[in-house]
Design a protein around this ligand. Structure first.
Ligand SMILES: *Cc1c(COP(=O)(O)O)cnc(C)c1O
Length: 393
C-alpha cells in the first residue's frame, strides 16, 4: 500500500479526531522514523513522549518477544510475575508506595481521583487543579484539565472541581477548605507549555494538604520515568505526593499506565472499588520492566540531564540569531522554545526538512528527544530548526 492508499483508508474508515501529518510511518529505530516513501525523519518528539527510550529499543522488543511466547494476557483474578516485579521496581524508584496498573494516563488519573475520594471521605469531595494543566480526555480527567478549550461543547462537567492559576500560592490558599479531597498538579506542565512548578509552590501545596487532611496527587504522566533526568520530576523538588500517576514513557512504546499511592492511602482501594480488564497485563508489564532496566543499565537518566543541558544551551544560542525566539525553558529532556508568534507552520516545515518536533499552546515548540539521543543528533535538529526559522523570518 502506498501513502495515498493508506491515507485513503483513514479518510473512509477512521474517525477524523486527530490533526494528522500526511506521512505514513512504517518503521521506527532509536531516534529515527521511516515513512512509506522512504524518508528518514529525526524524531525529537517520539511517540508524543511515549517512546522515551527510543523507538523499538532492542531490550523492550526482546522482552516482548519472550513474554509473548509465554503468556500475553492474564486477568487480575490471578497473580503474574511481571506485574509484581514492575510494581517493585517502581516503588523502589519512587516513595515506596503500592501500584495499580492501567492502560493510559487519563485512566491513571481517574484512579487517583477515585482513590482520593475513597480515602478522605467525610465531606471531602473537592479537587483543586491548576490552570494550564492537562490531565487527559476522559470525563473526570477532562474536568480536571483546567483549560476552557478542552471543555468546549462538552458541558456540563463533573461537579466538585476548582481551578486556580499555576504557581500561585495565594490563590491556592484562598480556595482551600476542609472540603478538599485532593490537589492534582503536574510538577512541570507539558501540554500547557513546559511550565516549571516552583519548589516553594509545591511545598506550600504539600503543607496545605497536610493541614487539612487532603491528598496531593502529582500527575507525572509525561514527566515520569526518566524524562526530566530523575525517575520522577517531584524528585527535583523536596516534596513527595500521596499519589503519583505515570504512563507515557513507562512501557517503552507500549500502552501502560500506573498509579502509585502511599501504603496508607493505597489501603483504601479494596476489591470492588476500581478495576480495569487489561490493567497490569503480563505482556505490557514485561515491556515496562525491560524499559526500567534499560534506563538504568544504559545510564539514560544521566544522559537526559547532560543532553538536556546541551540542547537548551544550543537552543539559547539560536535565540541570539532569531528574534522569533523569546525564551527556552525546561528540565532534562522536557524542553520548550517559547516563540513570540505562531509555531504551527514551523512544525510542518521542520518535518519537510526531516525533523519532527511539536508545538503546543500555539507558540511553544516542544523538544522531547529520547533519552538515548546523541549530541550530534541534537546538533542536526537545531541546525534544521535554525534554517527553518531563517526562512520564516
Ligand atoms: C498525556 C497526558 C495525560 C493523558 O494521558 P493519555 O494516555 O493520553 O490518557 C495526562 N496527564 C498528562 C500530564 C499528560 O501529559
Amino acid at each position: 500500500m502506498n501513502t495515498q492508499e493508506t491515507i485513503g483508508l483513514f479518510d473512509k474508515y477512521v474517525i477524523a479526531n486527530y490533526g494528522r501529518l500526511a506521512r505514513v510511518i512504517v518503521r521506527g529505530e532509536g531516534c529515527y522514523l521511516y515513512d512509506a516513501d522512504g524518508n528518514k525523519i529525526l524524531d525529537m518528539f517520539p511517540g508524543w513522549a511515549v517512546s522515551a527510550i527510543g523507538h523499538c529499543h532492542p531490550k523492550v522488543v526482546e522482552a516482548l518477544r519472550k513474554q509473548a511466547g509465554e503468556l500475553l494476557h492474564i486477568d487480575n483474578t490471578f497473580y503474574s510475575e511481571p506485574q509484581g516485579e514492575l510494581a517493585k521496581l517502581l516503588s523502589e524508584r519512587a516513595f515506596g508506595g503500592k501500584c495499580f496498573f492501567c492502560n493510559s494516563g487519563a485512566e491513571a488519573n481517574e484512579a487517583a481521583l477515585k482513590l482520593a475520594r475513597l480515602h478522605t471521605r467525610e465531606g471531602k469531595y473537592k479537587f483543586i487543579t491548576a490552570e494550564g494543566s492537562f490531565h487527559g480526555r476522559t470525563f473526570a480527567a477532562m474536568t480536571a484539565t483546567a483549560q476552557p478549550k478542552h471543555h468546549e461543547g462538552l458541558l456540563p462537567l463533573l461537579p466538585g472541581f476548582v481551578y486556580v492559576p499555576f504557581n500561585d500560592v495565594e490563590a491556592m490558599k484562598k480556595v482551600f477548605s476542609d472540603e478538599v479531597a485532593a490537589v492534582m498538579v503536574e510538577p512541570i506542565q507539558g501540554e500547557g507549555g513546559i511550565n516549571l512548578g516552583d519548589a516553594e509552590y509545591l511545598r506550600a501545596i504539600r503543607r496545605l494538604c497536610d493541614e487539612s487532611g487532603a491528598l496531593l496527587i502529582f500527575d507525572e504522566v509525561t514527566t515520569g520515568v526518566g524524562r526530566t533526568g530523575k525517575w520522577f520530576a517531584y524528585q527535583h523538588y523536596d516534596v513527595e505526593p500521596d499519589i503519583l500517576t505515570m504512563a507515557k514513557a513507562l512501557g517503552g512504546g507500549t500502552a501502560i499506565g500506573a498509579m502509585m499511592a502511599t501504603e496508607e492511602v493505597a489501603a483504601s482501594l479494596v476489591p470492588g472499588k476500581h478495576a480495569t480488564t487489561f490493567g497490569g497485563n503480563a505482556l505490557l508489564c514485561a515491556a515496562a520492566v525491560a524499559t526500567i532496566k534499560a534506563i538504568e543499565e544504559e545510564g539514560m537518566l544521566e544522559n537526559a540531564v547532560r543532553l538536556g543541558q546541551y540542547t537548551m544551551d544550543k537552543l539559547r544560542q539560536l535565540k541570539q540569531k532569531h528574534s522569533m525566539i523569546d525564551s527556552v525553558r525546561g528540565v532534562g529532556l522536557m524542553i520548550g522554545v517559547q516563540l513570540n508568534s505562531s509555531g504551527s507552520g514551523i512544525v510542518d516545515r521542520c518535518l519537510e526538512n526531516g525533523l519532527r518536533i511539536n508545538c503546543t499552546q500555539g507558540t511553544v515548540l516542544r523538544f522531547m528527544p529520547a533519552m538515548i539521543a546523541t549530541e550530534s543528533q541534537i546538533d542536526q535538529a537545531v541546525e534544521i530548526l535554525d534554517s527553518v526559522l531563517s526562512e520564516s523570518e
